[in-house]
Design a protein around this ligand. Structure first.
Ligand SMILES: Cc1ncc(COP(=O)(O)O)c(C=O)c1O
Length: 454
């Protein structure tokens, strides 16, 4: 127990962290392997669980409404639990160093906010799923400037309401739930939406375990051919959440080649593309040498321009796949409002604010890395993104997250991103530079006082 703290407070936080990690893992069966397909993890949900009953103990009408088994077996969204936890902890009014959710404190640049406000007209109209031509052109312009890739705004670009919904909905356009290729490959630890989109589309999530030895990068070439041929989509994500690992052009070329050999759609989640520190990360589209067949890049303004709340991104790539998505997406109702599109046009057209944001993240990262190194904590990946990924001192990420929580520092245990993250933790560089300094000082004090495992 922490000296000077009462037992009930400590019990509450322990139960809370146990509950969080337990909920996160509720979906997980055996850990994924480099060559084993998803099996029981994607089977129907067990039917145990809460059932609404009337006062007399009879089932209410609600119990007769069927439930999507995918929904029943998932439990809550893992990172939402952290948001709830931070809100609960903040309620007592004491300072909280919240490094949990990838939603930094820096304001959205003024010119972007003004572009949105200027575009709010007196008459409201439905936006179209295809988006405004000017927005598609702005995305294409950025792609040419940033990545040297020429795309046709009409054929190769489709706006999205942030990349999350686009990632989730992709399988609805390409996955045949009754066909032989219903799996979706993705690296774990990773962003859970790749697998969840597969499940809700009637397919199966097939996570591939990532390792520090392999630089937290999956290699399609290392997977057995039958596993590749049971999949319709392979997701890659660099710079990577949660590890911050990056990939070079040679790696992308290899993934494109293997995906094409096995008729897989290679989908590249590039929402952290602009948050780098040494070398600008390439896009998968650079590795296509002008032939975008079977390849899509998912880009976003959330991290690039501090626009998480605006919900604006784009899908760029293979014209046939874009055509299918253009057919699907009007059914989904995810078209971004026209005033958000106006703000997005302004944001894609400017690079200065991106460079300024990157400098802020670099300053925060320097503070955090210096302290972790000084405390003898092993950092892995963390080459780009605003995440720092470190090995749990003592080996248990949930226990270390709990210990940090008692110091009012919120970090995400790696297992929240899948079993492959067990033993690691993620810090999202959310607080300001001064906030990062204050948190690191508290961390150091706790370590010196023997309140944290070493
Ligand atoms: C890897 C990854 N992909 C996609 C997203 C979704 O971002 P958005 O929908 O804000 O573009 C996130 C958000 O944190 C993420 O970490």
């Amino acid at each position: 127990m922490i000296p000077g703290r009462s037992a009930p407070v400590q019990r509450t936080s322990r139960v809370r962290v146990w509950w969080l990690t337990g909920r996160m893992l509720a979906r997980d069966g055996p850990a994924p392997t480099r060559d084993g397909p998803a099996t029981s993890r994607d089977g129907p949900a067990p039917t145990r669980g809460w059932r609404p009953t009337s006062r007399r103990g009879r089932s209410t009408l609600l119990a007769m409404v069927t439930s999507n088994p995918a929904l029943a077996r998932l439990g809550g969204y893992p990172l939402a639990a952290f948001q709830d936890l931070a809100t609960t902890l903040r309620a007592d009014g004491r300072p909280l160093h919240d490094f949990s959710i990838g939603d930094p404190d820096e304001p959205t640049p003024r010119f972007i906010r003004e572009a949105l406000l200027d575009a709010v007209g007196p008459v409201s109209r439905y936006p179209t799923a295809a988006g405004q031509p000017a927005l598609r052109a702005a995305v294409a312009g950025w792609m040419a400037r940033r990545h040297g890739v020429t795309v046709d705004p009409g054929e190769h670009v489709l706006p999205s309401a942030g990349s999350k919904e686009a990632i989730f909905h992709l399988p609805l356009a390409v996955l045949d739930p009754h066909g032989p290729r219903r799996n979706v490959l993705w690296g774990e630890p990773g962003y859970p939406v790749y697998g969840r989109g597969a499940l809700f589309a009637g397919g199966a999530s097939d996570p591939v375990m990532l390792t520090p030895e392999a630089g937290w990068r999956l290699s399609l070439a290392d997977l057995p051919a039958d596993r590749l041929q049971r999949a319709c989509i392979a997701w890659v994500n660099h710079p990577h959440n949660p590890t911050g690992s990056t990939a070079d052009l040679g790696w992308y070329r290899e993934q494109v080649a293997v995906a094409r050999e096995h008729d897989l759609l290679l989908a590249s989640d590039e929402c952290y593309q602009e948050i780098w520190f040494d070398t600008p990360p390439p896009s998968v589209l650079e590795a296509c040498d002008g032939d975008l067949t079977g390849v899509l890049a998912f880009v976003s303004l959330s991290k690039r321009s501090g626009m998480t709340g605006y919900r604006s991104g784009a899908i760029v790539g293979d014209p046939e796949l874009i055509r299918r998505l253009r057919q699907l997406r009007p059914n989904v109702g995810t078209a971004a409002p026209d005033f958000v599109q106006a703000a997005a046009i302004a944001a894609w057209g400017d690079q200065d604010h991106v460079d300024q944001r990157r400098a802020v993240f670099a300053a925060k990262r320097a503070v955090v890395l210096e302290h972790l190194h000084a405390m003898g904590i092993e950092v892995s990946g963390s080459d780009a993104t605003f995440y720092v990924w470190f090995r749990a001192p003592g080996g248990d990420d949930a226990a270390y997250a709990e210990a940090l929580l008692r110091e009012r520092i919120v970090a995400s245990p790696g297992r929240a991103f899948g079993p492959g993250g067990t033993g690691w933790l993620r810090l999202a560089l959310v607080p300001t530079v001064d906030g990062c300094r204050a948190a690191m000082a508290s961390w150091r004090d706790a370590l010196d006082a023997g309140r944290l495992p070493v």
